[in-house]
Structure formats: C-alpha cells, structure tokens
Design a protein around this ligand. Structure first.
Ligand SMILES: [Zn+2]
Length: 205
C-alpha cells in the first residue's frame, strides 16, 4: 500500500498487527479515528494504556480482573468446591454467559503444546495443583478444547491432580464444540457442562 504520510502508515501498521485485521480494515479504522474529535481519540488511546497499566489477574484463579481477587472467587454465592479448568479468560466469559455453572475457575493461560514449545511449566499448573490440595475442593471439571493440545493437557493434569475422593470430569464430548469452547453456542456449552462426564469414562469412548 502506498501511503501519503508516514504517520498514517505507522498507525495502519499498528492496527494491522492485531489478529484478524488486514491492511484494508486497518486503514478504514485509522481513517475513522482521524475523523473523530480530539477528545474521542484521546479517550480511545488512554483507555488502552489504562487497561494495560492497571489490569490484574486474580490471585486465586488467574482470570482477568480489576481487583486482586476476581468477583467470581470473591462471591459467597458461588460453589467453592468446584473448579472448572479453562485455557484462557475468554472461556470463563463464554461459560459465565451460559448461566449453567456456579463454581470457580482456573485459567491455565494456554495449553500444553510441544509443537509450539509450550510445556507444563509455562502454564499455571503448579498453582492449580496447590489449589486442588485444599480439602474443600471436591471436583475438577476440564473445559478445554477438543484438540490434541486440549487432550494432552487434560491427560497431564489428570495425572498431577490425584487426590483421594476428587472427582475429575470433562465436558461431554460428542457435542460439537467447533474446536474451541468459546465458539460453542451458549445452549450447547451450557448443556455440555451440566451433562459433564467422569474423565475416565470419556477415555473409553
Ligand atoms: Zn478469581
């Protein structure tokens, strides 16, 4: 693309570096912002800087939060015996949207993927293991994508999390998740949580 201005080019390149944003879309967004008044553009930029500088990750479950402990972990209305293990905060939001789950979460910040050089040490697995040691925890639910990385991660975690009387379950497979759970529609996702199956049973299918 031929730019008439280096300033314009720089801004388009920044937008173009975002996932799913090609150069044409980047240019459209930048031109749109250029047409806004100063205050709006300043608010836009400041919101991003403020987000980056102040966002926290819950000390209990690693979910994105404004406070040290997120609203879910802090709520007395939640069932503190259940931990639903997810890949990232988007999955927490997707499951919350179903209104079918009332326990806590644990955000792994990724999945084990030897191909991409992501090992267990890169994820919040040790933290999950120590949380599970709490006698109050009675069930771990794996809500990870039905991919090789998801399966590898569940397999590894299931071995690490051995504790007497701990129930380990996984979202009912066979229901199409479309690869990643965040893309599952709310009804399907909600149903797969309420009809979750013991992990051992899911292996024999
Ligand atoms: Zn939390």
């Amino acid at each position: 693309m031929n730019f008439s201005s280096k300033l314009l080019e720089n801004a388009v390149n920044e937008f173009g570096s975002l996932p799913g944003i090609g150069q044409k879309t980047a240019l459209r967004l930048v031109l749109h912002l250029l047409n806004q008044d100063h205050a709006s553009v300043e608010r836009f930029g400041n919101t991003l800087i403020h987000l980056k500088n102040n966002i926290k990750f819950c000390k209990n479950c690693n979910h994105i939060s404004d406070l040290d402990i997120c609203d879910i972990c802090a709520s007395a209305k939640r069932d503190h015996q259940l931990i639903c293990v997810v890949e990232d905060s988007r999955d927490v939001m997707a499951i919350e949207n179903t209104n079918q789950y009332n326990g806590l979460y644990h955000v792994l910040n990724g999945l084990i993927s030897p191909m991409d050089g992501v090992g267990p040490g890169d994820l919040t697995i040790e933290h999950l293991v120590s949380r599970t040691q709490n006698p109050a925890i009675s069930e771990i639910i794996f809500a990870l994508s039905a991919t090789m990385e998801g399966d590898t991660t569940i397999f590894y975690l299931n071995k690490k999390l051995h504790k007497e009387n701990l129930k380990v379950s996984t979202l009912a497979r066979g229901i199409a998740f479309g690869g990643e759970i965040e893309y599952a529609d709310e009804l399907t996702l909600g149903r797969s949580i309420t009809t979750r199956v013991p992990y051992e049973n899911s292996l024999s299918k």
